[in-house]
Design a protein around this ligand. Structure first.
Ligand code: ADP
Ligand code: ASP
Ligand code: MG
Length: 410
């Protein structure tokens, strides 16, 4: 008998009939003799709806209250699911993050899981029940409800699988696995049967939202076997596995895009030690994560600094930067929310110097201007105008032969 953690995302539980479908699938696995822990997301669109409500009330809603509210979407899903399972003649119980022992730090909206006490889950499993746990939420040391950041139900599932030493964690979603790029943008995208943790982490951090990045970190750190697959089609999906020897080293494994970033530029910053530190310390003190940073030197003793932050942090970051700009005597601050980041990812890239120029030429051939570039050993990212995102993704996917089998080995 195995212990399985199965996670179903928002589109898999988007309607009552879909919830009943999920209940049937879970019962089928239970009837094969498995212990079942099921993590659910809010019904599709619900988290956005709740966030919009908060922003209707005020521009900067209190983060504690936002988390109390947006965590309710998952509470509805698990309760409906447990009702459906019971209606089909099986035992089930729904548990909130706090009841399931998921303890986090106190950073609302992007809390990190500190520890999991799985006692209650084990007890309920011992009593023969299917246990449904609310994804995306936890509780801090003073019993405030926290949420883990968008897409965080994936992290709940893998973290629970690690804490329970589950035999397998299955992430059920609306596509058949991890593809060479978003299959909803490029119809020639191919399913990747096995992907290494490191490549998957890059893809996730660069915008491939099929898995949330921290879930992959948990899977890697705690050796959780992870399978991404479809809720609606019964096929093998993608296994996320240890990389290294024996793995096929593709030159480029995938193309990712992210439209959820915005750029802030501070013009004519005095070019002297300590100025950048002053800007970025103020931003990090507000728990805002900065992604790309570029500094251009101007003639004389002035420089321009550009950087990107998540769109949800944009307003707050602008306020902070405008304040600091006055302190450091910079000329002015400008924000741009109509950018996108397109990236190519692949472990084989480290040993192949021609990849970057091939990427830039492909974008240039379509007249797509690149405004920022960043590279690491296994990825290259370019910031472009948001309206060219889909075109850029399609062009890069084709340029690196990802639409073909046996395409681009180094
Ligand atoms: P869920 O609600 O199940 O968590 P998400 O919407 O968070 O689902 O993630 C699934 C979506 O991720 C897909 O519908 C697809 O559009 C998108 N996606 C982006 N990049 C990829 C990729 N490389 N492979 C598969 N799906 C991807
Ligand atoms: N409901 C949350 C969100 O929309 C968490 C998740 O779906 O994973 O981000
Ligand atoms: Mg998701």
């Amino acid at each position: 008998m195995a212990l399985l953690v199965q996670k179903f995302g928002g589109s898999s539980v988007g309607t009552v009939s879909k919830i009943r479908n999920v209940a049937r699938k879970v019962i089928a696995a239970r009837e094969k003799g498995n212990d079942m822990v099921v993590v659910l997301s809010a019904m599709k669109g619900e988290t956005d709806r709740l966030l919009d409500l908060a922003h209707e009330v005020c521009e900067f809603p209190d983060p504690r209250e936002v988390d109390s509210m947006i965590s309710t979407g998952e509470q509805v899903s698990i309760a409906l699911f447990a009702m459906a399972v019971r209606d089909m003649g099986h035992e089930a119980i729904s548990l909130l993050g706090s009841q399931a022992g998921i303890h986090t730090d106190a950073i609302y909206g992007k809390a990190r899981i500190d520890r999991i006490d799985p006692e209650r889950i084990r007890r309920e499993l011992g009593a023969g029940k299917i246990v449904a746990v609310a994804g995306f939420q936890g509780v801090d040391d003073t019993e405030n409800i926290t949420t883990l950041g968008r897409g965080g139900s994936d992290t709940t599932a893998v973290a629970l699988a690690a804490a329970l030493k589950a035999d397998l964690c299955e992430i059920f979603t609306d596509v058949e696995g991890v593809y060479t790029t978003d299959p909803n943008v490029v119809k020639e995208a191919r399913k990747i049967p096995r992907i290494s943790h490191d490549e998957m982490m890059e893809m996730a951090s660069l915008g491939a939202k099929v898995l949330e990045i921290r879930s992959v970190q948990f899977a890697k750190n705690f050796n959780v076997p992870l399978h991404v697959r479809s809720t609606f089609v019964d096929t093998e999906g993608t296994l996320v596995v240890e990389g290294g020897e024996g793995m096929e080293q593709q030159l480029v494994t995938g193309v990712a895009y992210n439209k959820n970033e915005a750029r802030i530029t501070i013009f004519k910053v005095p070019d002297k030690p300590g100025v950048a530190a002053q800007v970025f310390e103020a931003i990090s003190a507000a728990n805002i994560v900065v992604d790309m940073i570029i500094q251009n030197t101007r003639a004389g003793d002035m420089t321009d600094i550009s950087f990107t932050v998540g769109k949800t942090d944009f307003k707050q970051a602008m306020e902070i930067v405008k304040r600091v700009a006055i302190e450091i005597k910079a000329e002015r601050v400008m924000g741009d929310q109509s950018i996108a980041k397109v990236s190519i990812v692949g472990a084989g890239m480290q040993t192949n110097p021609g990849v970057a120029s091939k990427m830039f030429s492909a974008l240039a051939a379509e007249d797509i201007n690149i405004s920022m570039i960043s590279t690491s050993e296994i990825k290259i990212s370019c910031v472009i105008d948001e309206k060219y995102t889909e075109l850029a993704v399609r062009v890069l996917h084709k340029t690196f032969g990802l639409d073909k089998e046996e395409n681009n080995k180094s």
